[in-house]
Design a protein around this ligand. Structure first.
Ligand code: HSE
Length: 427
């Protein structure tokens, strides 16, 4: 059935990987979108590479106006929605703020921008009675923002834990399943286009930190910028750590975790030891997943592609269509993101948990030495290769690290592997 509603006009800034996927979905699924919601038309594209954007329009049979100046979208009164897909925090911040101030809805996939300046930009959107949508900023094609904001609005969140970076999940999967070392697995991730050109943000956890900052802010109503997230990446995880984890019936995954306990908000990224039976342990390859524990819904998990042209484009299109529907219903700007809760955010020094670590050269007296050093020994197990595998009870990480260093200095143990947090779910 043809939808007779006037099309909502969209302007896309940036026709790269995600922009290209978004435009392709809007063009090829136009009838379906129109039937199910409202007609959406890509009226303008702004991209410095005009010829690339024009070639895409020609291929898709679009009569879109292409230019190299994003201001053309702002000054066009016919444009209802500006889609920012240039990335970064400089120009993107100007484009988004300017578009919102001109009363246009904005859709973005930009995690760096939302994690750093979300509070400022949502305030501008509220002030101008418009909307800022950002589904694609976390976990690509997984619709976790909508789920946290709307589907699970009746819940207090006990915890949100996600595999939020495809590159590191791919590396850990290859190390675990194919016995590859870290450097080889990273090189493969780069060749497959998962990792950024400079993979530091991926492997050191900063990319996941931006995503967990956004989810923590939404879930707990207190803006957590990404520089408040306590971050540890996977570059110190060795093949030996992974083999020992397997011996314990566990997997090692890089998690982004947000939780609220006793009025303290925790937003962290760390490599975690997960029981093989945990649903996150089964998330392989470059897939992302988000595990949510709400006080009403209990535990659920969403899994899918966390990056890529069409999966991320799918999330961007979801936002565009939702904003377009609100425009036609005349109810734009009703549901603003609010961050008015004052919560203290846990710092790295206060980090506490149960940990797993491999100990080398330990002898029969090691348990006494560990206990005497103030380490909460929950389990000490001999590994097949002669090492000892220590699982601790709850204790501050800094205390554990300095106790182990002191034991190495006293030659009570010869050395130890990486401290890896044991992930336990609340009941
Ligand atoms: N490099 C990122 C990843 C892309 O590996 O998940 C999506 O943020």
């Amino acid at each position: 059935m043809t939808n007779t509603v006037k099309p909502v006009n969209v302007g896309v800034v940036g026709a790269g990987t995600v922009g290209g996927g978004t435009i392709r979905i809007l063009a090829t699924n136009a009838d379906r979108i129109s039937e199910r919601a409202v007609p959406v038309k890509v009226r303008r594209i702004a991209d410095r590479r005009v010829e690339v954007a024009q070639a895409l329009c020609d291929e898709l049979g679009l009569d879109t106006i292409v230019s190299d100046d994003w201001n053309d979208l702002i000054t066009d009164p016919e444009i209802d929605i500006v889609v920012e897909l240039v990335g970064g925090k400089g120009l993107a911040r100007t484009i988004v703020a300017t578009a919102l101030k001109s009363g246009k809805c904005v859709v973005t996939a930009n995690k760096d921008l939302i994690a750093a300046y979300g509070d400022e930009l949502f305030a501008i959107a509220a002030e101008h009675g418009t909307e800022l949508c950002f589904e694609a900023s976390v976990a690509g094609g997984i619709p976790i923002i909508q789920v946290l904001r709307e589907s699970l609005v009746g819940n207090n969140f006990v915890k949100i834990a996600g595999i939020l970076n495809g590159t590191t999940n791919y590396i850990l999967t290859k190390m675990s399943e194919d016995g590859l070392d870290f450097a080889t697995a990273l090189k493969m991730a780069q060749e497959l286009g998962y990792a950024e050109a400079d993979p530091t943000n991926d492997v050191e956890g900063f990319d996941a930190a931006r995503k967990v900052a956004i989810m923590a802010s939404l879930a707990y109503g207190c803006f957590v910028s990404d520089d408040k997230v306590v971050v540890e990446g996977i570059s110190k995880i060795t093949a030996e750590d992974i083999a020992a984890a397997k011996e314990l019936g566990c997997a090692i995954k890089l998690l982004g975790v947000a939780r609220l306990a006793e009025g303290k908000l925790t937003a962290q990224v760390y490599p975690a030891l997960l029981d093989a039976a945990h649903p996150l342990a089964a998330v392989r390859d470059s897939y992302n997943a988000v595990f949510v524990h709400g006080d009403a819904v209990e535990k659920l998990m969403l899994q899918g592609r966390g990056a890529g042209s069409l999966p991320t484009g799918s999330a961007v299109v979801g936002d565009i269509v939702s904003a377009a529907r609100n425009i036609r219903l005349g109810c734009v700007g009703r549901v603003a993101c609010r961050f008015d809760k004052q919560l203290s955010v846990l710092t790295a020094d206060a980090e506490q948990g149960c940990y797993f670590v491999r100990l080398q050269g330990a002898d029969a007296a090691v348990r006494e030495a560990l206990v005497a050093a103030g380490i909460a020994v929950a389990e000490l197990r001999a590994a097949a290769n002669g090492e000892l595998l220590l699982l601790t009870g709850d204790m501050p990480k800094t205390e554990l690290a300095s106790a182990l260093t002191a034991l190495i200095e006293k030659q009570a143990i010869c050395g130890c592997g990486t401290l890896i947090r044991i992930e336990k779910d609340e009941n």
